[in-house]
Write a protein that binds this ligand. Structure first.
Ligand SMILES: O=C(O)C1=C[C@@H](OP(=O)(O)O)[C@@H](O)[C@H](O)C1
Ligand SMILES: C=C(OP(=O)(O)O)C(=O)O
Length: 427
């Protein structure tokens, strides 16, 4: 395993053009594949999660041309569901945005598909999605543990009608169901059982479906109506916005130890909920300036916040480390599903924050962080979780610095993260 000791960055200053959004890249690749016509995707993210989607699509017979730097992809749409006459085994790593939507999409056409992933993927639930698809006639079985990948999906077509789905654990299940609904035989009405987590990701899904010519009627995130007979149509060119979750590390760096840090490629018109990270940072006292295609943060005295983070679960991890640089006790609430992502993130964050001397209270669905009087240099374990590696890099703003184990795990969403950070870091 590799280790990276970051120098102490006395100041963060400069501009970073944020690579493409993971959530948008994988949705756009799938919708472009199902659509009629050819779509040119620009500013596609080049990372593990997107590589898994791309190789699955290739195995499914989708033709595309990827530029040398892998950020432009011309996708020749299939004009409908996937068809295969031999068993296909698709390896999807630990990419939730590939596993869940592909599991749904493969029920639409014809064929038998085995969806597998890394060991952690076998611990990430998929049952709520499988149960919902079964109500529309899908045949999906578990190959190891009931409720978890790997799964075997049979293409049988989906009937349509009324379907209910739990939104308690992940919004990705509803995203997957929404994306296949217009290709069912009849109109689909989806009811969400109980609370829906991570709501802004549903807005991304609906906006992308609209860009590809399909309308969804959203009744307050409780009921969704999708008419059958709608077909995905290529929008021609499609520009992927910068990744708002990836931007969070740089915005936090500016607030902790700017100078001034400008992120470009996302701004006030972004369709990603994670731009609301900048509002949370502003609530801690950071100076934030919004542009159409940029956000700037600069240094300020930071103080603790007590906030519900259900709408920005990924970027909220960055706030748990920013709390080390703030006065008071920060409480991040309503984040139970941190426990079922790349690792048990509530346990991981609590363990690693304690290593630098912070006082941490780990609740079932929340975390409280109080900065220590004196920070300690620590070697941070990253649990094969890109976000643990990236958010703990912010400790390089302190004089004690930080050592990150397995820094290459950022390849899930941001392979060049540490190079980008050192571009704005001044020793
Ligand atoms: O739909 C998406 O693109 C995502 C939804 C979120 O997951 P949950 O809905 O499981 O919280 C988020 O954490 C993940 O990184 C990406
Ligand atoms: C939860 C995440 O990933 P996934 O898309 O695999 O759910 C994440 O990127 O923080």
């Amino acid at each position: 395993m590799q280790q990276l000791t970051l120098p102490h960055f006395a100041k963060f200053n400069g501009e970073i053009n944020i690579p493409g959004s993971k959530s948008i890249s994988n949705r756009a690749l799938l919708l472009a594949s199902l659509a009629a016509g050819t779509t040119t995707l620009n500013n596609l993210l080049d990372s593990d999660d997107i590589r898994h989607m791309l190789s699955a699509l290739k195995q499914l017979g989708i033709r595309y041309e990827l530029s040398e730097d892998k950020t432009q992809c011309v996708v020749h749409g299939n004009n409908g569901p996937f068809i295969s006459y031999k068993l296909q085994s698709l390896f999807l790593g630990n990419a939730g945005t590939a596993m869940r939507p592909l599991c749904a999409a493969l029920t639409l056409g014809f064929g038998e598909y085995e969806l597998t992933g890394e060991p952690r993927m076998e611990e990430r639930p998929i049952e709520d999605l499988v149960d919902a698809l079964a109500q529309l006639g899908a045949e999906i079985s578990y190959q190891k543990q009931s409720g978890y990948p790997p799964v075997l999906v049979k293409g049988t077509g989906l009937s349509g009608g009324d379907v209910s789905i739990s939104g308690k654990l992940s919004s990705q299940f509803l995203t997957a169901l929404l994306m296949v609904a217009p290709l069912a035989k009849d109109n689909v009405t989806i009811s969400v059982d109980g609370d829906l987590v991570s709501k802004p990701y549903i807005d991304i899904t609906i906006k992308l479906m609209e860009r590809f010519g399909v309308l969804v009627v959203n009744h307050n995130y409780q009921r969704f109506e999708i008419k059958s007979g709608q077909q995905y149509q290529s929008p021609g060119n499609f520009l992927v916005e910068g990744d708002a979750s990836s931007a969070s590390y740089f915005l936090a760096a500016g607030a902790i130890n700017g100078g001034q840090v400008k992120v470009t490629g996302i701004g006030k018109n972004s369709i990603q909920g994670d731009i609301q990270f900048a509002d949370a940072l502003a609530a801690m006292g950071a100076n934030i300036e919004w542009g159409d295609d940029y956000i700037i943060s600069s240094k300020a005295e930071l103080s603790a916040i007590d906030m519900d983070m259900n709408h920005i679960p990924d970027a909220a991890m960055t706030l748990a480390v920013a709390a080390i640089f703030a006065k008071g006790t920060t409480k991040l609430k309503n984040i139970y599903n941190w426990r079922i992502k790349e690792t048990d993130r509530l346990a991981a964050m609590a363990t690693e924050l304690k290593k630098v001397g912070a006082t941490v209270v780990e609740h079932n669905d929340a975390i409280e962080v109080t900065a220590p009087h004196q920070l300690t240099h620590a070697t941070i374990d990253t649990y094969n979780d890109h976000r643990v590696a990236m958010c703990f890099s912010l400790l390089s703003a302190s004089a004690v610095g930080v050592t990150i184990n397995d820094p290459e795990c950022t390849s899930k969403t941001f392979p060049n993260y540490f190079e980008a950070l050192s571009q704005i870091g001044q020793e």
